[in-house]
Design a protein around this ligand. Structure first.
Ligand code: PEP
Length: 253
């Protein structure tokens, strides 16, 4: 790092936790976060976001949601809008996480509309992109990521990326214990920044690009040391206070 971009470590709790577990985890983190220079974010299940936003007000941690509806309001049973998230103090929202793309059939067009919906209400979208193992093995990585980015660029333009975060998460590394090597991560992060720079070099230089995929205390340091890796999006390891703090501690500019 060392480039003016403040590192960000985001935990993705997925569908884990309970009020009691969340409280214990957050209090354990808050008690020891003063030694961490990175910005820290936890992305919680919808039902807990409001309570967590209240607890985290005035701290160096922020709360995010894990998805949102692309539509602003209306007959969309079971959905949660950007305005609702903004209303309860949510700051960030994951958009296009690979589990949303694969299990809930969110295609590039829908992900792009969610990005626009989030950003139009002042939420910071964390746009997740990444290739599957088959796509990597058939040398499609850059083409897949270019398409994922281009769908959002076509819908939103480059300007909103000044207030957005991108997360590179190779699908084969999420929850598998397999991690991209620092060189593999850097190669794709540089590609993402370079692709955005074709539209606006200043915006591209400022956008934070997180790496996600089996980040742990033991590998975070070498990943975060790469020039274009500005922190991490952390699933499993974000549920353990000690491990998550260890990851946060090595994210510094
Ligand atoms: C994720 O959920 O985005 C993720 C990267 O999970 P894990 O760290 O468990 O691979």
């Amino acid at each position: 790092m060392g480039n003016g971009r403040r590192p960000l470590v985001a935990g993705n709790w997925k569908m884990h936790g309970s009020r009691a577990e969340n409280t214990a985890l957050l209090e354990a983190l808050l008690a020891r976060l003063n030694r961490v220079s990175a910005e820290v974010l936890v992305c919680a299940p919808f039902v807990y976001v409001s309570e967590i936003a209240t607890r985290l007000a005035g701290t160096q941690m922020a709360v995010g949601a894990q998805s949102l509806c692309a539509e602003p309001v209306g007959a969309f049973t079971g959905e949660v809008s950007a305005a609702m998230l903004q209303d309860i103090g949510c700051k960030y929202v994951l958009v296009g996480h690979s589990e949303r793309r694969s299990l809930f059939h969110e295609d590039n067009g829908l992900v792009a509309r969610k990005f626009v919906a989030a950003q139009s209400k002042g939420l910071v979208p964390v746009l997740c992109v990444g290739e599957s193992l088959a796509e990597r093995q058939s040398e499609q990585t850059f083409a897949v990521i270019r398409e994922q980015l281009d769908a959002v660029l076509a819908a939103a333009g480059i300007a909103p990326f000044a207030q957005a975060v991108v997360a590179y998460e190779p699908v084969w590394a999420i929850g598998t214990g397999l991690t991209a090597t620092p060189e593999q991560a850097q190669e794709v992060h540089a590609f993402i920044r370079g692709h955005l720079a074709k539209q606006d070099a200043t915006v591209a230089a400022g956008v934070r690009i997180l790496y996600g995929g089996s980040v742990k205390g033991s590998n975070a340091g070498e990943l975060f040391a790469m020039a274009d890796v500005d922190g991490g999006l952390v699933g499993g390891a974000s549920l353990k206070a000690d491990e998550f703090l260890q990851i946060c501690a090595v994210a510094h500019s």
